[in-house]
Design a protein around this ligand. Structure first.
Ligand SMILES: Nc1ncnc2c1ncn2[C@@H]1O[C@H](COP(=O)(O)OP(=O)(O)O)[C@@H](O)[C@H]1O
Ligand SMILES: [Mg+2]
Length: 167
C-alpha cells in the first residue's frame, strides 16, 4: 500500500499533482475523489482532464451526474454523485457497459455510489486546511502504487509541499 499526504497545498500545486498523475492513467483505472463541498475535487478532475487533452472548457457533472470524454485511446467518465441518495439510483446508468477500450473513472462523492461504481485504484481525499488543502492519496493496489511512486514530490519548508510531474 502506498500513501502520500500533502498538507496545505495551493490550487497550482493541486493542478500540478493532477498533471503528474495524468501520464500514468492513460491505460484507464478508477480514481475516487472524496471530501466536502469546495474541497477541490472538480478542480483536480479538471486539471487531470486538461492534461489528458480534453480541452479547456470542462463542465462540472454536478447537474448531469456524468460527463463523458472520448479521448484518443481513452474514455474518461467524470461523475459527481452528490445528488444521489442511494447507490441503487445509479443502476439505470449501466455504468459498466458504457465504453469499449480503456476507461478512466473520476468519481466525486464516491461514498454515495459504493457498490454501483468501479472500486478505486486510487482514492484522493481532499480537506480544507488553514491555508490551501490537505490531500491524502491512497493507492489500493500495485497498479496505482506504481502511479504514485512515479510522482516526484519535493518538500519546501517555505512554500509548503510542491509537486512536479515528470511527463
Ligand atoms: N488549494 C486548492 N485546491 C483546490 N481548490 C482550491 C484551492 N484553493 C482554493 N480553491 C478553490 O476552491 C474551490 C474548489 O471547488 P471545487 O473544485 O468545485 O470543489 P468540489 O468539487 O470538491 O466541491 C474552487 O473555487 C477553487 O478555486
Ligand atoms: Mg465538484
Amino acid at each position: 500500500m502506498v500513501e502520500i499526504v500533502l498538507n496545505g497545498i495551493d490550487e497550482d500545486a493541486l493542478a500540478a499533482l493532477a498533471r503528474g498523475i495524468a501520464p500514468r492513467v492513460r491505460g484507464g483505472g478508477s480514481i475516487h475523489l472524496a471530501g466536502p463541498l469546495g474541497a477541490g475535487k472538480t478542480t483536480f478532475a479538471r486539471a487531470l482532464l486538461r492534461a489528458l487533452g480534453a480541452g479547456e472548457r470542462i463542465k462540472s457533472p454536478t447537474y448531469t451526474l456524468i460527463e463523458t470524454y472520448a479521448l484518443p485511446g481513452l474514455t474518461v467518465q467524470h461523475l459527481d454523485l452528490y445528488r444521489i441518495a442511494a447507490a441503487e439510483e445509479l443502476e439505470w446508468l449501466g455504468l459498466r457497459d458504457l465504453a469499449d477500450g480503456p476507461v478512466l473513472w473520476l468519481i466525486e462523492w464516491p461514498e454515495r455510489g459504493m457498490g454501483a461504481i468501479p472500486a478505486p485504484d486510487l482514492t484522493i481525499r481532499l480537506a480544507h486546511a488553514d491555508s490551501g488543502r490537505d490531500v491524502h492519496l491512497h493507492a489500493h493496489g500495485e497498479n496505482a502504487a506504481g502511479w504514485l511512486k512515479a510522482l516526484h514530490i519535493e518538500s519546501d519548508v517555505n512554500s509548503g509541499q510542491q509537486l512536479s510531474g515528470d511527463s
